[in-house]
Design a protein around this ligand. Sequence first.
Ligand code: ADP
Length: 398
Amino acid sequence: MKVLVVNAGSSSLKFQLMDPETAEVMAKGLCERIGIDGSMTFEAHGEKIKEEIAMPTHVEAMTAVLETLTGPKGVIQSMDEIDAVGHRVVHGGEIYTESVLIDDEVKEAIKKCSPLSPLHNPANLMGIEACEKAMPGKPMVAVFDTAFHQTMPAKAFMYALPYDCYEKYSVRRYGFHGTSHRYVSQIAAETVGKPIEDLKIVTCHLGNGSSITAVDGGKSVDTSMGLTPLAGVPMGTRCGDIDPAILRYLHQQNPDLDFDDLDRIMNKESGVYGISGVSSDFRDLDKAIEEGNERARLAVDMFCYQVKKYIGAYAAAMGGVDVIVFTAGVGENGSNIREQVLEGLEFLGLNLDEEKNKERGKVNIISTPDSKVKVVVVPTDEELVIAQDTRALAKDLI
Ligand code: ADP
């Protein structure tokens, strides 16, 4: 079976053609600068090409993807070989607790959730509509970032604001990166050889955006991101949790700063970038630290401290922790970050194997054999989960 996985952003469209059963990726790529001019990076047969292609909208981007997939450098003869399409959709609100076959009702629901994710949902919908236009009648599935977290109990997802804010405006914690947390918790359970139903797991998705999730018996029971992906630990450029009164205070100090400015500051100018003044990329921070940059040191210290605090909080919330999982760019590669996050957690019964912690690029238990808490690195694969969910829902329609 061949599934096209699509992740549409406001001016970009990532794609992968893959076999959900073998996890083989036949081709992948990225359309960028949609609505501006347009370019496509395309990788297949071990070769990478980049082309400038006019892409006034996502429809032209999708057409370019299909033409390249079926063209001389492509991997299929015709688009009939694509059995189904899986779409990443950021926000499914309280409506979707799992992936779903896309029909008009689903598209309407995705639109309805757009105020909760104004940058992502409209773009995801554009990707869906572009595919419909290019491949009418092809089965399509929506896989939501929020769905895995819909098992959180009310005491974890409610904010202590007037109840009206929830009832009238749907203000609550939704959580994100759900596809990744679901996947890595499952793989970690398999790796330690125990049924996920019997495990208390803390999953740390540490990338450009970072979130920590408490997974009890295979279900998300709490997560660090909130109504939006701004909450939780400090990230590349996002501030994470701050005292909400800071916004009013900053506006009082500088009335020129309106809500849009504050939003930009919190989303794009904060996090480890805002603190260090160097970069949002942890590799650059490592270099700066080596050169003696104190603010880069502080940024990394703050990040690791907050991740550690979430691990402790979630161990308390679940009444223990059996497995801690690290994934995404920083979680998979940053051995020094992992070491710093876990330092001092020996009281939980955790012992890090320093040599194993230096290995990278594979599923790996990096705690010592006698460690009561297992620490596992799992490279995340959100595309594979999207392809597998798509297969499960679409296989009877093909
Ligand atoms: P996104 O949230 O955009 O999907 P990723 O999960 O790809 O992000 O993570 C990207 C981040 O991973 C980079 O910004 C960088 O900080 C970090 N990263 C990548 N490689 C390394 C490395 N070798 N050491 C430390 N951090 C790394």
